[in-house]
Design a binder for this molecule. Structure first.
Ligand SMILES: Cc1cc2nc3c(=O)[nH]c(=O)nc-3n(C[C@H](O)[C@H](O)[C@H](O)COP(=O)(O)O)c2cc1C
Length: 318
């Protein structure tokens, strides 16, 4: 299926891989790009040298273009400039007003994630060439309180000729095809790509998504150590239950706050309520950590390759 979105980025399939801090690395981004979709590499967590090295590692695996993911509220202009100097031509901004970041974008193209009509208008005024409408169903950090179908209609209303990509709760190729039938020019899959062969997520985290039943995600402020006051959707687990049972108290009053839950490969201790998800080389109580997942988790039952996810979606589009 070809449309304004695929033409804009020279894609074979109107699919976007959701940027996922620590979980989506060069292998995943390159696999999606090589399969004909748009990969987005998160670099907003990285110092400049690490970001540059991850961009170069991705470029070594694909000659297709891909985007990098930047946090707008942190105004990461140095990171944007470093990405562009390394050869990136698509900048994806999320969380907040893009206005202060755009001076660094120059000739590169900007995509913005938006959660309501006003944010869409601000992104368009800042020069966005495509919008990602992220509904409340989405895994990870999510500003919107609007379900994706209603949000998509709102954003299409203001977007004009600018393509709108739908995100949130899409787990299957059929979910995606449905959103295309509602007017989306493309579909973004996050959690679906967290559970694929090239994802950096810990195997126990992938398995927890595979085993998740309906209504086993929660949008909350539970995992706020490292990024506070930012609503996010995760699987319900021992940490969310502990916090919920205590009446969802604020930082400083939460049960088990000092508990060591997991450790990174470099030995860094991550305490209960840390924002960091468990990745392949994390050790400890994996299932008590922040396991970000969208409401579609219950429909994810396998761990295919990224290329198979892209191909299934392409087939569903007919
Ligand atoms: C593990 C995980 C980490 C995420 N990290 C980021 C991030 O670093 N930057 C970002 O823009 N969005 C992030 N998100 C949100 C996704 O890019 C995307 O909007 C969301 O996953 C779509 O909903 P779905 O998971 O239901 O498909 C994350 C999502 C997940 C599941």
């Amino acid at each position: 299926m070809q449309n304004t979105f695929t033409a804009l980025f020279n894609l074979k399939v109107p699919i976007v891989q959701g940027p996922m801090g620590n979980v989506a690395g060069p292998k995943l981004i390159a696999a999606v790009a090589n399969a004909g979709g748009l990969g987005i590499l998160p670099i907003w967590l990285d110092p400049i040298d690490v970001a540059v090295s991850n961009i170069q590692a991705t470029m070594a695996l694909t000659n297709k273009p891909f985007a990098v993911n930047i946090r707008a509220d942190l105004v990461q202009r140095d990171l944007i400039s470093a990405a562009i100097d390394t050869g990136v031509s698509i900048i994806h901004l999320f969380w907040g007003d893009p206005k202060d970041s755009v001076s660094a974008i120059n000739d590169a193209r900007m995509i913005a994630t938006v959660g309501d009509r006003e944010a869409a208008q601000v992104a368009l005024d800042s020069g966005a060439v495509a919008l990602i409408a992220q509904g409340i169903e989405a895994g990870g950090h999510v500003l919107s309180e609007v379900p994706i179908e209603a949000l998509l209609a709102q954003i299409l209303d203001v977007a004009g000729d600018v393509p709108v990509i739908a995100a949130g709760g899409c787990a299957s190729a059929e979910d995606g095809a449905h959103l295309i039938s509602l007017g989306a020019a493309g579909v973004l899959f996050g959690t679906r790509f967290a559970v694929c062969q090239e994802s950096e997520a810990h195997e126990d985290y992938k398995q927890a998504i595979i085993e998740a039943s309906e209504n086993q995600t929660i949008r909350s402020l539970c995992f706020d150590l490292g990024w506070s006051d930012a609503p996010h959707r995760t699987l319900i687990n021992s940490t969310t239950t502990l916090w919920d049972d205590a009446g969802q108290p604020p930082m400083g009053e939460r049960p088990g706050e000092g508990d060591e839950v997991i450790r990174t490969a470099t030995g860094q201790v991550l305490r209960r309520y840390s924002v960091m998800p468990p990745i392949h080389n994390t050790t400890g109580d994996i299932q008590a950590a922040a396991m970000y997942a969208g409401t579609g988790a219950s429909r994810i039952v396998d761990c295919p390759t990224a290329a198979a996810i892209v191909e299934q979606f392409n087939i569903a589009l007919g």
